[in-house]
Design a protein around this ligand. Structure first.
Ligand code: DQA
Length: 138
């Protein structure tokens, strides 16, 4: 199975920012654990703080990956461009959030991408990425 893990804006600060919310491990450390968990599969990792680059990563996954695991960060709440990019590819996308966005500020409760995603996983910390990856094997 070929899995693409995409992290959006500010996720490069994981382990450094709001540690009580996002944990103490860096994104590199989390990605290393994901790689180890999915060692029988092919995993690629991409992070960008730039909305259009996330769109390009999703577009480029066409025909190359079985699934995309996407934590779009704050883009989740307002990026119609990322929503359209997801809708434009056949590759299924699972939306992930480290935190339980429904237990936080009002603006985090709305996702403009959920409707075009296969499913949504939030509130399980870094394990959400693994749960999302596993979902493609069911
Ligand atoms: C997040 C939740 C978003 O609301 C926030 O803007 C993030 C991270 C999460 O993983 O919990 O940057 O996507």
């Amino acid at each position: 199975m070929k899995l693409l893990f995409v992290n959006g804006v500010n996720l490069n600060m994981t382990g450094l920012r709001e540690k009580g919310v996002y944990g103490t491990q860096t994104l590199e450390e989390i990605n290393a654990e994901i790689s180890e968990y999915f060692k029988g599969d092919t995993c690629e990792f991409y992070q960008s703080n730039i909305e259009g680059e996330i769109c390009t990563a999703i577009q480029n996954a066409r025909g190359k990956f079985d699934g995309i695991i996407l934590n779009a960060g704050a883009f989740t709440h307002y990026s119609y461009a990322i929503r359209d990019a997801i809708a434009s590819v056949e590759v299924p996308v699972v939306e992930v959030h480290i935190s339980n966005v429904h237990a936080r500020e009002e603006f985090r409760k709305n996702s403009v991408i959920s409707e075009v995603c296969k499913g949504v996983i939030c509130g399980f910390g870094k394990n959400g990425y693994i749960l999302a990856g596993e979902s493609f094997k069911l």
